[in-house]
Design a protein. Structure first.
Length: 238
């Protein structure tokens, strides 16, 4: 498969503190890739560097093009979108207005087409399109954050802890949607502490510890690795 995203030796620092150290990963077109690790491992900093929110050292190639100093807005136009951990919705605005903001660079016909697609994928948002975002449940807020990102028609959707704080049934629904997105041609980079769920839906995985990529491989191999089992899956082999 052709690589959509190639990250080579990325490092991110907060002053003298190095949050990410020489991290490298690739996302193939049409693939789901996950990065798992404990809280504070550097996963969010890695995403923010790819998105251009944080300055970084190293090289990021997206669809064969070096992103370099391209602004966040330009990376969105290139086809790269991030759903942050805190979702960052406009709480006082309606569901439909939050969605429209995700496609503010597109024309009216594209916006209307995007709304139809999002409402077909997230029927609950269609039912609640006139409600303010502040009235939604946690799962509905996550769906709205994902829907808003999809309005920009991304090639690569990056999800930062999409299962955080959600009930198990909602988590299952969110990951089902992730798998369906791949079927529609969207590639996924999934950052998760819920390693078990992430390894079940992704094709390839990376383990991040203390700012470094320490392991990587097909997810079925990682799920069977003794170290991953003991550290991230909550069980140990006898």
């Amino acid at each position: 498969m052709t690589d959509l995203l190639r990250v080579s030796n990325i490092s991110v620092s907060y002053g003298r503190v190095e949050a990410v150290r020489n991290a490298s990963l690739t996302i193939p077109k049409g693939g789901i890739v996950t990065v798992i690790g404990a809280n504070g491992a550097g996963k969010t900093s890695l995403l923010n560097a790819i998105m251009g929110v944080l300055r970084s050292q190293g090289e990021i190639l997206f669809d064969g093009r070096a992103l370099g100093l391209r602004l966040v807005e330009e990376r969105v136009s290139d086809g790269l979108c991030l759903v942050p951990e805190r979702r960052e919705l406009f709480s006082s605005m309606s569901v439909i207005d939050n969605l429209r903001l995700g496609a503010y660079r597109l024309g009216p016909s594209a916006i209307e087409g995007g709304l139809r697609d999002v409402f077909a994928r997230f029927p609950r948002l269609n039912e609640r399109q006139r409600q303010t975002a502040s009235t939604l449940s946690g799962g509905e807020r996550q769906m709205l954050a994902m829907g808003r990102a999809l309005m920009a028609r991304p090639q690569l959707l990056m999800l930062d802890e999409p299962s955080l704080g959600l009930a198990p049934l909602i988590v299952k629904e969110i990951f089902r949607i992730v798998v369906d997105l791949r079927k529609s041609g969207v590639s996924i980079l999934l950052i998760e502490q819920n390693a078990r769920a992430a390894l079940q839906v992704a094709d390839y995985g990376y383990v991040m510890e203390l700012g470094e990529i320490t392991m990587h491989g097909p997810t079925n191999e990682l799920a069977g690795d003794d170290r991953v089992i003991a550290s991230y899956l909550g069980v140990s082999r006898q």
